[in-house]
Design a protein around this ligand. Structure first.
Ligand SMILES: Nc1ncnc2c1ncn2[C@@H]1O[C@H](COP(=O)(O)OP(=O)(O)OP(=O)(O)O)[C@@H](O)[C@H]1O
Ligand code: SF4
Ligand SMILES: [Mg+2]
Length: 683
């Protein structure tokens, strides 16, 4: 490339630097819009890098520590210069926070005339067709269901969006929602008599017209894979795609680029075939006799595994297992039902729909069982390239799922990025391990793409203390959780509550809750105990912030995205290093592939994953320039194992100690001269 054009490109890409300096400067428009605003260099630099990626239609991996202010760093350039933007976040909570709080703040501060839409998955919107059907055939048994149905029917007449989040009277997980929402399988699409008023279609249309659309990773990948709720339609016109909490993408994408077929899908289809057959083609077949053998075969397939919950890869199932003949039987019976549907489908639109579903399910069952002959299966993707995948089964109390999961999503995701030139931004506090982005980049197929990590604005050495207690037993021993609690109690007491106890398993959450409840009572400690599952996540956090001396016990969902600034949280306790369970069939297959290539699966996969999780958990502690607190990691492997050093060196540079008195003397959050200990009633 001639030197002059290099220069002109460079000038064009830097064109927004001066604007960004002004916008993020102390006299800029963000100041009045954000309480306690102070220019943060990492934030300003990240915003410039995002602006350059947008201008050059390139990809950027942007890492900056928890609490840096990444949201504004990408929103400002995106709203000003991003064209049509899709922002995807980790959870529905974060989606709402962006849509309701962060985007309006930035839009107003900048005076940017952009329209914004929120797009959720199909299951979030009431479906007129299914609501009507449920109201008419009303086979509801519980009184709750009847009441909820009445509420939903009333709500549907007044709501603009049809989003179930607006109807707080009916709990989000109430079973009735399944009967009044659609799935991709059961939506009639353009044939539907309610098409004009359909909430799903309306949300899609709004998303299509908006400048900025907020989605979540599940929806994004579900849609790219299934082309269902409208993200796939948005993609061609999007100029800028931003993934926040991007460290979650490899897992989410793997979930959706694979395929799953379950016995409950078969049973649901049988239920619909029976109902539709009886109402539209009663004389066409003996419908009960058509579906019963299929239902029986589906149940028998589940019963091939006597255990409650099972996750097994296909090559872990004994060749003599009843599973294989049961699968053949199900395929045969299913095929016979399909034969009847082929003949009767023309008698009603709904029967035709059952036929299409049956065809698809049969194809999935066939594909899975054909692959089950040898694993990992070599599968062909749409362009004929081989994709290695693992076939495995997962049994729940009353259903069995057959999964086919790709071992690498890199080739599939890379294809998504081909085509229209646009900017792809991946941001998170935890994309790299010691400044090395290879692990993330390789998983996502982002080889050789630019990546940058900006330092945290916080002074961890002064603001935080890492405490690793001594004398803890091995984490797999039966007394481990009790030992953690023994070590944690004096620290919780010294901190005056104000603690998160983050556990790696639900079982540990339950045990810790029981034991701490008893201990608090016995020791007359006034700390409110909040336990995951006893109330919704948002409510627990609100109560935690309001109490000012609470102890919250949670598992994975509290490790990420949770923000409690200031005094209310001054102690984060982590029970164990968060390694993925070793019996996971997908993980086992991935490691096997790595080891075939001569790589150590533990060092190249499990350890980096655990470090990322741990950094997210630790990141709950310091959320502001004036926050102070203790991070307590109980796992003795942090010290005893050779890899332990690599783990703690990846954490922010906290001051470190193994002495309880040092912890008890640590000065608490925002308390000036008071110590941790004296925060608690001076005792
Ligand atoms: N320059 C600033 N000065 C003061 N406060 C700021 C500034 N920029 C952002 N904030 C505030 O800091 C908080 C953290 O910002 P944000 O949520 O964007 O952090 P983050 O980098 O995304 O962290 P995480 O990785 O934990 O999500 C927000 O409440 C935000 O309003
Ligand atoms: S188009 Fe689909 S989602 Fe919309 S009302 Fe009809 S069946 Fe329901
Ligand atoms: Mg964030």
């Amino acid at each position: 490339m001639p030197a002059s054009s290099e220069v002109s490109t460079a000038v064009a890409l830097d064109a927004h630097d001066a604007d960004i300096d002004r916008l993020f400067g102390s006299g800029g428009p963000l100041g009045p819009a954000v309480g306690g605003y102070r220019p943060r260099q990492s934030q300003t630099e990240m915003a410039k890098a995002v602006a350059r990626a947008i201008a050059g239609q390139t990809t950027l991996m942007a890492e900056a520590g928890t609490g840096t202010g990444k949201t504004f760093a990408y929103l400002v350039p995106a709203l000003l210069w991003g064209g049509k933007v899709i922002v995807s976040t980790g959870t529905k909570n974060l989606q709402d926070q962006l849509f309701l709080r962060d985007i309006p703040t930035v839009r107003q501060a900048l005076g940017a005339p952009v329209s914004v839409a929120l797009l959720k998955g199909r299951a979030n919107y009431v479906c007129h067709f299914h609501l009507e059907r449920t109201l008419q055939n009303g086979r509801l048994t519980s009184r709750d269901d009847v009441g909820h149905l009445r509420e939903i029917s009333r709500f549907t007449k007044t709501t603009m969006s049809g989003d179930k989040a607006e109807l707080s009277k009916v709990p989000e997980n109430a079973l009735i929602w399944n009967l009044v929402t659609s799935t991709r399988d059961t939506c009639l699409g353009a044939e539907c008599q309610y098409y004009q008023d359909c909430f799903v279609m309306k949300a899609r249309k709004e998303a299509q017209q908006a400048d900025v659309v907020v989605v979540n990773h599940h929806l994004f990948f579900a849609d790219v894979a299934l082309k269902d709720t409208g993200v796939a339609e948005l993609l061609p016109s999007a100029n800028t795609i931003i993934f926040d909490e991007a460290h979650q993408l490899p897992d989410t994408a793997t979930l959706f680029f694979g395929q799953t077929v379950s016995t409950s899908q078969v049973l649901e289809l049988c239920r619909d075939v029976l109902a539709e057959g009886l109402s539209h083609a009663r004389d066409g077949a003996e419908w009960a006799k058509v579906v019963t053998p299929v239902e029986r075969a589906a149940r028998d397939l589940r019963l091939a595994f006597p255990q409650d919950i099972v996750r097994l890869s296909v090559n872990q199932i004994a060749p003599s297992s009843p599973f294989f003949p049961a699968l053949e039987k199900l395929k045969d019976e299913f095929h016979a039902m399909l034969g009847v549907l082929e003949k009767q489908a023309e008698r009603a639109e709904t029967l035709e729909q059952c036929r299409t579903r049956a065809l698809e399910l049969e194809a999935q069952l066939e594909r899975w069982s054909a692959g089950a002959v040898g694993t990992p299966a070599a599968k062909q993707d749409a362009k004929g390239d081989a994709v290695e995948s693992v076939l495995w089964v997962e049994a729940f109390s009353s259903s069995l799922q057959l999964h086919q999961t790709p071992l690498s999503i890199a080739p599939i995701f890379n294809k998504q990025r081909e085509g229209v030139p646009r900017s792809w931004i991946f941001t998170s506090a935890t994309l790299a391990v010691k400044n090395d982005f290879n692990h993330f980049a390789a998983q996502m197929g982002l080889w050789d793409e630019p990546a940058h990590s900006w330092p945290s604005p916080f002074n961890y050495e002064q603001q935080g203390l890492l405490y690793v207690p001594t004398n803890l037993p091995q984490p797999n021993s039966s007394e481990y959780t009790d030992a953690v609690l023994d070590a944690a109690l004096p620290v919780i007491e010294a901190a005056g509550g104000r603690a998160f106890l983050l556990c790696t398993t639900i079982r540990a959450v339950k045990h810790a809750a029981e034991r701490l409840r008893a201990e608090f009572e016995q020791r007359k400690l006034p700390f409110p105990l909040l336990v995951q599952g006893e109330a919704g996540r948002t409510e627990l956090l609100d109560r935690f912030r309001a109490a000012g001396n609470a102890v919250l016990i949670g598992s994975q969902s509290f490790w990420e995205g949770v923000d409690v600034r200031g005094d209310a949280l001054s102690l984060v306790i982590i029970d164990k290093l968060p390694f993925a369970p070793p019996d996971d069939p997908v993980l086992a297959a991935r490691i096997a592939v790595m080891e075939k290539k001569g790589l150590n699966g533990f060092m190249h996969h499990q350890l980096p994953e655990a470090i990322i999780n741990l950094k997210q958990g630790a990141g709950r502690l310091i959320r502001d320039g004036s926050d102070r607190g203790v991070l307590m990691i109980c796992d003795p492997r942090l010290i005893s194992k050779p890899y332990g050093k690599r783990i703690w060196q990846s954490l922010p540079p906290f001051k470190r100690t193994r002495e309880l008195p040092t912890v008890q003397a640590f000065r608490g959050a925002g308390t000036g001269s008071r110590s941790f200990l004296s925060d608690f009633g001076g005792s």
